[in-house]
Design a protein around this ligand. Structure first.
Ligand code: GDP
Ligand code: ZN
Length: 354
């Protein structure tokens, strides 16, 4: 397997030059559960982060995660490597660990295209689609909306139009992963070297679609040689799969459980109509509640903006605010800009409450 087949790009090669000079190989993390496995041109190697990297990392989010490109040192003929650096990420899906200390946990890095699945069964919910869209934009990946279970829906075209109206240019496709209808329309996204991940609620059809994209005989486990001399073998679950088309598909438990925690930065994109109207509000930090001269509420009154959409915006803000109260002191030091956004959301929340 060549690194181009793993998704290597000229931009990555430019950032890698300094590590190449230090004798490192480029590699991509293809498993992180239990152990790190890195695919390189010399084969798959078991990997650990260098002590220096672990020491210097300010949060768990800076350590290698599945999908990451790394600079790794592998002794000649060796089967184990030491990761010296994580190359800059193009996109990141992160999850906040529960508990008092907020530690980013990166569940997938360098995803190019995110297939965002929505079920056209009883579970269909436009507001949830908006939140997932916001999370996708915030990650840096390109969202593609897949309206699955079209076979169970009486008016799939009407749902398609509704979703297109809130998708802000993201492509939307009708699909039946189970029957296979509509799958041909998404194959162009699965180009060689492109990394795809699936996002959506449980039961929406992610496994069904993955099986269809990868084929039944997709290799689920990875075998890695553990020692240099004795050649013992260890197995772990693969978390990046190769589709027959040459695309890479990330499927990790973390990605499946991803919460909508971090959507704060994405709200502006998913609700750009509201953000644009808000520019004309009398107050710069208008919560569009009871403030005078609120352009957003006026637009609702004139029927130019739906009341549900404004409600969706409020819910998303609220979710983000409740997450952000958990942000610990470490994160505060690290990301002042984000904290400002937090404080703003909290002020808005406070205003609405009292
Ligand atoms: P996941 O939790 O997102 O991985 O969802 P699954 O792939 O396990 O699918 C959940 C259920 O929905 C299963 O019973 C699937 O057979 C069913 N399902 C998935 N896609 C479709 C579809 O396009 N149409 C119908 N009718 N059922 C589907
Ligand atoms: Zn306003």
């Amino acid at each position: 397997m060549t690194i181009e087949e793993l998704g290597w790009t000229p931009a990555l090669a430019a950032t890698f030059a300094e590590y190449e000079a230090k004798g490192c190989l480029p590699g991509r993390v293809i498993a992180q559960r239990g152990m790190l496995v890195v695919a390189t041109e010399r084969g798959d190697v078991l990997a650990t982060s260098s002590g220096r990297m672990r020491h210097d990392a300010e949060s768990a989010g800076e350590l290698p995660a599945v999908g990451d490109w790394v600079a790794i040192q592998v002794p000649p003929g060796g089967t184990q490597g030491r990761i010296q650096a994580v190359l800059p990420r193009k996109s990141v899906f992160a999850r906040k660990a529960a508990g008092r200390r907020t530690e980013d946990q990166v569940v997938a890095a360098n995803v190019d295209v995110i297939f965002l699945l929505c079920g056209l069964d009883n579970d269909f919910n436009l507001r949830r689609v908006e939140r997932y869209l916001a999370a996708s934009w915030e990650s840096g990946a390109q969202p593609v909306l897949l309206l699955n279970k079209a076979d169970l829906c009486d008016e799939p075209e009407a749902r398609l139009a509704e979703v297109e109206a809130i998708a802000f240019g993201a492509p939307v496709h009708l699909l039946s992963a189970k029957q296979g209808e509509g799958v041909d329309a998404i194959t162009p996204y699965l180009a060689p070297g492109v990394t795809v991940a699936l996002l959506g609620s449980s039961g929406v059809g992610k496994s069904t679609l993955i099986n269809r994209l990868l084929g039944q005989d997709a290799q689920r486990t990875l075998e890695v040689r553990e020692g240099d001399d004795r050649g013992r073998h260890t197995t772990t679950h693969r978390e990046i799969f190769f589709a027959p088309s040459g695309a890479l598909v990330i499927d990790t438990p973390g990605m499946r459980e991803i919460q909508l925690w971090d959507a704060e930065d994405g709200t502006g994109t998913a609700f750009s109509d509201i953000e644009e109207l808000a520019l004309s509000c009398a107050f710069g930090d208008c919560a569009h509640e009871s403030e005078p001269d609120c352009a957003v509420r006026e637009a609702v009154e004139r029927g130019e903006l739906s009341a549900e959409r404004l409600e969706g915006w409020r819910k998303l803000r609220k979710e983000a605010a409740s997450l952000l109260t958990r942000t610990d002191a470490l994160a505060r030091r690290k990301d002042k800009g984000k904290i400002k956004a937090v404080e703003k959301s909290l002020r808005e929340l406070y205003k609405r409450k009292y």
